[in-house]
Write a protein that binds this ligand. Structure first.
Ligand SMILES: [Zn+2]
Length: 394
């Protein structure tokens, strides 16, 4: 077993599996789905705090829309296309065109800006079967995608707010630092050189204003604009590009998106695309490998296992479990007919962060003994134990 391989960890910890019938996608088991949901609700709360409005947009959209966005000609080889009579549809490979449709649903004024949408959007992209790799290279993934419609003078502020958000989220996930790359115009692109000159210079200025130092990654930008890429280094020193901020002066033009300025004239807003994790699937893979399966306490699908020393404490163990569960912890009782030391080994193997033992003494004075993964052991009242475990959650 290689603790650095998320596919092996996924099987061992009962998180997900993949089958030949669904190449490049995951079957999430309950514990794996729990990790995804916890990550999603965490990102959701951060996005709400940052002023984003959560939306959902269609999975399948007509070829005409993808032609208008430029995806059909620039990204068509990576799209799954379907025929319906004489119309063609494609599964969305990105959420941006959907968000531009939402923006266009109303006549907007500059006073509405910045307007921020976010979506946990399921995207499909064709990847050759030979390049698929576990959850890291897939054909279907959920993106924590977001688009900010703003005026040029908002760009610095939006970039800087987003960098603060990234720092906070990455730290909570166990990554204290990141590197930044500025990806510039690719050969396959939309928009004139003047538009790209302006977009690249603006993004570089915003990045410097946000206190970032970055390396230039020539030619790695999206077809509609340059991007800042946030690169995490895992416990093995491998680099993973996760977050992105992209500045887009092209899609607003292609979809004729406008707002009324203070003189009542129609002007184009800027669109900033960004994502914190990128793909949930890939991020879970990186997290599993970075932590060797021992996720931070708040992300562990099973946080606590409660083990009675003998069957005389079974009832007390269930009481403790109910009490912890009512406080929001995810816990189970392991009253298996095995020795306590065997049960400890089993909990360790399943990477459950806290092992709680209740014996005669604990049942009598309504306390619990907590053994953490690092071997630390303390005996506390149920309430004090809950406070102690809550601190692990922070
Ligand atoms: Zn986008």
């Amino acid at each position: 077993m290689d603790a650095h391989d998320h596919r092996q960890l996924g099987a061992k910890l009962d998180l997900f599996h993949q089958q030949e019938e669904a190449p490049g996608t995951a079957f999430w088991h309950s514990k794996g789905a729990t990790i995804c949901l916890l990550l999603e609700s965490y990102i959701r709360s951060e996005m709400q705090r940052a002023g984003f409005l959560e939306v959902r947009t269609p999975q399948l959209m007509s070829r005409t829309l993808w032609e208008q966005s430029g995806h059909w000609s620039r990204f068509g080889d990576n799209m799954f296309v379907f025929e319906d009579g004489n119309r063609q549809y494609a599964l969305k490979p990105m959420n941006c065109p959907g968000h531009l449709q939402l923006f266009r649903q109303q006549i907007r004024s500059y006073r509405d800006l910045p307007l921020r949408f976010n979506e946990f959007g399921v995207c499909h992209r064709y990847e050759p079967s030979g390049s698929l790799h576990g959850l890291k290279r897939v054909r279907a993934f959920t993106q924590d995608d977001a688009h900010v419609f703003c005026a040029p003078e908002h760009i610095d502020g939006e970039v800087s707010r987003f960098c603060d958000l990234l720092r906070r989220v990455y730290r909570r996930l166990g990554f204290d630092d990141f590197k930044v790359g500025l990806s510039t115009r690719p050969d396959n692109r939309e928009g004139s050189d003047e538009v790209w000159d302006e977009a690249e210079a603006t993004l570089a200025t915003a990045a410097r204003a946000a206190g970032l130092s970055f390396r230039i990654q020539p030619g790695d930008g999206a077809f509609y604009g340059p991007k800042l890429e946030f690169i995490l280094t895992d416990c093995q020193g491998r680099e993973w590009q996760c977050g992105t901020i992209q500045l887009d002066l092209v899609l607003p033009e292609r979809f004729d998106v406008t707002v009324a300025n203070s003189d009542g004239e129609r002007v184009r807003p800027v669109v900033i695309h960004h994502a914190v994790l990128g793909s949930f699937e890939r991020f879970v893979a990186i997290l599993l490998e970075h932590h060797r399966g021992r996720l931070p306490f708040w992300l562990a699908p099973d946080q606590i296992v409660i083990s009675p020393v003998s069957d005389q404490q079974d009832e007390y163990a269930r009481e403790v479990s109910d009490e912890f569960a009512s406080m929001g912890f995810r816990c189970t009782v392991d009253a298996a007919d095995e020795t306590l030391s065997r049960r400890i080994v089993s909990a360790r193997e399943r990477m459950i962060p806290a092992f709680v033992v209740v014996g005669k003494r604990e049942a009598n004075d309504r306390s619990v003994s907590i053994r953490e993964l690092d071997g630390k052991q303390i005996t506390l009242s149920i309430e004090a134990a809950a406070d102690h475990l809550k601190r692990l959650e922070a």
